[in-house]
Structures are given as structure tokens and as C-alpha cells.
Write a protein that binds this ligand. Structure first.
Ligand code: NAP
Length: 278
């Protein structure tokens, strides 16, 4: 089976590695010429492609059976709304246009975000819950989902995998958050975070591909943690002073919701990392 992975970064590379190991013929794309050699270790074919360049996308999609979209704005800097639009929306629109001329492609899988559920004051949400689009980034993510879902047809299945916050090799929670030890943070720390390990993202994508899932699925682990619980664990495990909370300090608006993974699990998906590992 030929599979193209559009945007082979942290997640896409791990998916490419596993699918290649399973004897899929993987085409990987990057926007960065310097990454081609690195990606050749996990994919049979590597192309430089950007979502706004239809010719490069066309080359990536040619003769593919499935397409996996794992794009995100490149770099560590927070991009502005235009950068977000250029990455997600323009790529989605161009992909959908090209897919109409590519009848070999039977399945499109996109790794989106649970960010579309917005702030729910700690309530549980599932795939049937309404979205809360209280900022431009969430709107763009939701529009991207809608554009891709609208491309589904008798010939094309579309899976939207809404990921929690990603952790795993090189993105360990302990390492990322231990620098907050001993600091005072605004708020009371009582808002929930929903995490997913890289291994489970790779495995869930493979599950979606194998069972030809159609529609929206949350991909999060079993145990939403409040940010204060999470930071306490980080500090305790590293023998560091705890984080203090000060509710009188102003804080940025934060998503606060517990995301259910029941829909995916009811289909038989078994989490590799059900708990958030610090
Ligand atoms: N980070 C999180 O906690 C989180 C949470 C929820 C959902 N997600 C979703 O998870 C997915 C994977 O994230 P990740 O951490 O693997 O991202 P990443 O490491 O930043 O990789 C993103 C990939 O997209 C490529 N790309 C960037 N702009 C592009 C464009 N305009 N056209 C085509 N390709 C483009 C990048 O190219 P280069 O190879 O040139 O860099 C890179 O290969 C994304 O869909 C993201 O929205 C992430």
C-alpha cells in the first residue's frame, strides 16, 4: 500500500517509521530541503512540498492509496493567525482540490487538535460535543476539519483524529516543565490538561488506516490531569520545590476540559500509555 505523509515532523516521522516497518511504501514531505536526508531513513520517497504549492502536493499524492496529514506551523515560535491559516487552511483546500483528481486515494487521515472543544470549565467532552471557537486559532483548526470532512465520499474515507497535547521521546513532560519548579503561577492550577503519547498517536493512525475509520475521533489518554497535579508530579519526581499558585494574579484564558476517548476504545483501540507519564 502506498501512503503519503504530508508534513513529516515529530508525529509524521514516527508514523513514517512504523508504516515503513510494516512494509507500506511511504512518501514523506517536508518544507525543508535540509531534512530530506533524515527523512530518507524512514520513507521510500521524500519530497519537498508546501501546502500552497499545488504542483508539489500533486507529486506527493500521485498513485497513493492513503494520505496522512500531520502538518503544523514550522519552528518553535508561536505563529500569527496568517501563518496558521497558510499552514492548515491553504494546505487543506489544495489537498481537497487535488484529491478530486486522484481516485486511487481511498483514505485521508488528519491529526487535528482537541483545542476545538475550548473552555468547558472542566466538563467531559466527546466527539458529539459542540466546539467552542473563542479564538482565531481554534476557528482555523475547525475550518480545516470541515474542509477535509467535506471531501469524504463513497470513494474517500476521511478520519479526523483530534489529538491531546503531545508528549514522548524528545518531548518528555518532566524535562519540559521542571523549569517551572519553585515559581509562582497565576490562577489556582485547577484546569485540566489532556495528553497523548507519541506511541499512541502512531498506533491510533495505524488503527484508523487498518479499520478505515470515518469521522471524528479523540486521541487522548485515560487520565486528564489538572495542571497543578501535573506540575506537582514533575517537581516531586525531580526532587524540586513545588509550584505555588496565586489566584489574584491575572492569567491567560486556558482551555479547561476533560476529553473522552471512549469512541475510539469502543472500536477496540487499546492505549499503549493510558496514564500520563511524567
Ligand atoms: N504539539 C501538540 O501538542 C499538538 C496538540 C494537538 C494536535 N497537534 C497536531 O499534531 C500534528 C503534528 O504535530 P507535530 O508536533 O508533529 O508538528 P511538527 O513537528 O512541527 O511538524 C509539522 C510538519 O508540517 C510541515 N509543514 C509546516 N508548514 C507546512 C506547510 N505550509 N505546508 C506543508 N507542510 C508544512 C513541517 O515541515 P518541515 O519538515 O519543513 O518542518 C513539518 O514536517 C499537527 O497536525 C498538529 O496540529 C499537535
Amino acid at each position: 500500500m502506498n501512503v503519503a505523509i504530508i508534513g513529516c515532523g515529530y508525529v509524521g516521522t514516527a508514523i513514517a517509521r512504523q508504516l515503513s516497518d510494516l512494509s507500506y511504501l511511504v512518501t514523506a514531505t517536508t518544507t525543508t530541503l535540509e531534512r530530506v536526508t533524515e527523512l530518507q531513513a524512514v520513507a521510500q520517497r521524500v519530497l519537498v512540498a508546501t501546502g500552497d504549492n499545488k504542483t508539489s502536493l500533486l507529486a506527493a499524492l500521485e498513485n497513493q492509496d492513503a494520505v496522512i496529514v500531520t502538518i503544523a506551523p514550522t519552528g518553535n515560535e508561536q505563529v500569527d493567525e496568517d501563518g496558521y491559516k497558510a499552514t492548515y487552511l491553504h494546505t487543506a483546500k489544495n489537498l481537497v482540490g487535488i484529491l478530486q483528481q486522484m481516485p486511487t486515494v481511498k483514505h485521508l487521515i488528519y491529526t487535528g487538535s482537541c483545542g476545538v472543544y475550548g473552555n468547558r470549565n472542566g466538563e467531559w467532552v466527546n466527539e458529539e460535543s459542540s466546539v467552542v471557537l473563542d479564538n482565531e486559532y481554534a476557528k482555523i483548526l475547525h475550518d480545516t476539519e470541515k474542509i477535509l470532512l467535506a471531501a469524504s465520499s463513497l470513494n474517500l474515507k476521511v478520519s479526523i483524529l483530534r489529538l491531546g497535547a503531545i508528549y514522548g521521546y524528545g518531548r518528555e513532560i518532566g524535562k519540559r516543565f521542571s523549569k517551572l519548579a519553585g515559581t509562582t503561577r497565576p490562577g489556582n492550577g485547577e484546569y485540566f490538561t489532556n495528553w497523548i503519547h507519541l506511541d499512541d498517536i502512531v498506533s491510533a493512525v495505524n488503527f484508523a488506516l487498518t479499520y478505515e475509520l470515518q469521522g471524528i475521533y479523540n486521541v487522548v489518554n485515560d487520565t486528564p490531569l489538572t495542571i497543578s497535579e501535573m506540575l506537582d508530579r514533575v517537581c516531586e519526581m525531580n526532587h524540586l520545590p513545588l509550584v505555588e499558585w496565586d489566584a489574584s494574579l491575572p492569567r491567560n484564558k486556558t482551555n479547561n476540559q476533560r476529553v473522552s476517548n471512549q469512541k475510539l476504545k469502543e472500536l477496540g483501540y487499546k492505549l499503549i500509555h493510558p496514564e500520563t507519564e511524567i
